[in-house]
Design a binder for this molecule. Structure first.
Ligand code: RTP
Ligand code: MG
Length: 136
């Protein structure tokens, strides 16, 4: 996977509330091309593996429970400067601090149920894309 890609998930709250289309639209309008896309349900075990980096954080158990509480949409997105530009498009983790025009400002409900995930580095984008879609 080239470094002009990032990985995203539309989280269970946003899927449950029928925001898949609205969120994918904001991604495409933001200049991102969808190169992989899958709706699926994470088991608690798989969610725990995905967020293993946060295993020591106080919110880890709640996060694993939340991310396996309903279907998600996993996607790989392509754009120049994808990782940084996508973090800008989704906005701050806590929607109370998310900028106007961001996906989390529009769709996130709380610091946990914050509508979308975005990779935080090129290295993690590759690892996370491989976790769902295998090596490309
Ligand atoms: P993400 O990985 O989902 O793109 O979010 P992020 O980088 O902005 O935030 P991160 O620190 O990586 O946290 C991962 C996810 O854990 C949940 N969280 N809950 N209750 C809390 O204080 C808390 N803090 C974080 C959120 O779902 C966050 O996106
Ligand atoms: Mg993160």
């Amino acid at each position: 996977m080239a470094t002009n890609r990032t990985f995203t998930m539309i989280k269970p709250d946003a899927v449950q509330e029928n925001h898949i289309g609205g969120i994918l639209h904001m991604m495409e309008e933001g200049g991102f091309r969808i190169v992989e896309l899958q709706k699926l349900l994470l088991t608690p075990e798989r969610a725990g593996q995905f967020y293993a980096v946060h295993a020591e954080r106080p919110f880890y158990n709640d996060l694993v429970k939340y991310m396996s509480s309903g279907p998600i949409v996993a996607a790989v997105l392509e754009k120049d400067n994808a990782v940084a530009d996508f973090r800008t498009l989704i906005g701050a983790t806590n929607p109370a601090q998310a900028a106007e025009g961001t996906i989390r400002k529009k769709y996130a409900k709380s610091i946990e149920a914050n509508a979308v995930h975005g990779s935080d580095s090129d290295e993690n984008a590759q690892i996370e894309a491989d976790f769902f879609f295998g090596s490309k």
